[in-house]
Ligand binder design. Structure first.
Ligand code: KG4
Ligand code: ZN
Length: 367
């Protein structure tokens, strides 16, 4: 006989510098608690050893807070999901060991989640994606998540399979075809720096603190993106490259500062807008190419850089002009969070794809 018990998942994300725990019930997010680690700011980047120690300090209070906010008892949990890869190995180990101990003590299954797949599936969190429906030839899917969306009081549509996703984070830049929740195919990726690194390294050159992406976003809002022209690399196929842009910015700033030592201070908004504008056009030109080549009309963005206000706007506008349905996760599901681990864990659970207690964390990104 089929069990009617709801599927309740506790998920842990600890791959980099955010300690997060979320609870989902039948794919609906009940809580999503995120503790960010301010300790890294003074070093201009994430210090792995400090990240592991901060995860150790944060994990119990974060899990406690997520369970309390969800209003559930631990005995109601169906499974524990955790980020297995990729990420900082020490950080991953804290989350994975905690998840294993919890699963073992409760006698429930373990679900191993790939962080980059989870970023993509953040677009399947009911009520979380902000959809832009062009109404042109887009079929809606009546799937279980759509029903869950109705249950949480939103009729915001979810993307239909197959959909395309531009995943842009601090360590990865990928174009992915999602054939189904657990069948994701990478069709393009960066050959060097990730888009998030392009933001963070540019910010560093401008003397801004880590992580610089959100600051470039903030200053760019007041600036003119056409003021300074940075080159667009000509990379074949659907791959990306951002290292040339970084070098071009470095030389540009050296030259300008030789003439005017206050160049950056006096032109910060226009410099940020011009850098951001170029990163966005590099990303969206490849996404347009991928949409043309695959004929897919449901498009998503995901990952930390998808929190960028300029990218969100340009992606939406591009979608409107080309007849795509566009989907962008709500802000809190773009940067690292456990809600995306919960939704991915939910699909692993439905597929009966459980991890063994000997599943090991991995710093590498294979999937
Ligand atoms: O997905 P994420 O939180 O962590 C990784 O898995 O890497 O992405 C972090 C990246 C950082 O490079 C950060 O600067 C960038 O996302 N980021 C942004 C914005 N918010 C976060 N970049 C540009 N604009 C933003 N608003
Ligand atoms: Zn991430």
């Amino acid at each position: 006989m089929l069990s009617t018990k709801p599927v309740t998942i506790l998920a842990i994300e600890s791959s980099c510098d955010e300690t997060s725990c979320a609870i989902s019930r039948d794919g609906v997010i009940l809580s999503n608690i995120i503790a960010s680690q301010a300790v890294h700011e003074q070093y201009g980047g994430v210090v792995p050893e400090l990240a592991s120690r901060a995860h150790m300090q944060n994990i119990v209070p974060v899990v406690d807070a997520a369970v309390k906010k969800a209003g559930i008892a631990m005995t109601e949990l169906s499974a524990i999901a955790f980020t297995q890869a990729p990420g900082l190995i020490g950080s991953l180990l804290v989350g994975s060991q905690f998840a294993k101990s919890l699963a073992m003590s409760l006698g429930i299954p373990l679900l191993a989640v790939h962080h980059m797949q989870a970023h993509v599936l953040a677009n399947l969190i009911p009520g979380a994606a902000i959809a832009g429906d062009t109404g042109k030839g887009a079929a809606t899917t009546a799937n279980s998540m759509q029903a869950a969306a109705a249950a949480v009081g939103t009729d915001t549509p979810l993307p239909s399979f197959p959909f395309l996703c531009l995943t842009v984070s601090g360590g990865h830049t990928q174009i992915v075809v999602a054939h189904s929740p657990l069948k994701l195919e990478v069709i393009g990726e960066t050959l060097d720096d990730a888009a998030g690194e392009a933001f963070d390294k540019s910010a560093k050159l401008l003397g801004l603190p880590y992580p610089g992406g959100p600051l470039i976003d903030k200053y760019a809002r007041e600036g003119n993106p056409a003021r300074f022209a940075f080159p667009e690399p000509q990379i074949p196929g659907l791959n990306f490259s951002f290292s040339g842009l970084k070098t071009a910015i470095l030389y540009f700033l050296q030259q300008q500062k030789a003439n005017d030592p206050d160049f950056v201070t006096n032109n910060l908004a226009d410099i940020c807008a011009s850098i951001q504008g170029r990163i966005i056009s590099i990303l969206l030109n490849k996404v347009k190419k991928a949409a043309r080549e695959t004929g897919i009309k449901d498009l998503c963005i995901a990952g930390g850089v998808s929190a960028n206000s300029g990218l969100r706007k340009a992606f939406r506008e591009t979608g409107e002009s080309l007849g795509w349905r566009t989907f962008i996760p709500a802000f809190e599901y773009c940067t690292d969070n456990a809600a995306m681990i919960a939704i991915t864990g939910h699909y692993h659970y439905l597929a009966g794809d459980f991890a063994s207690l000997s599943a090991s964390a991995s710093a590498r990104a294979e999937w």
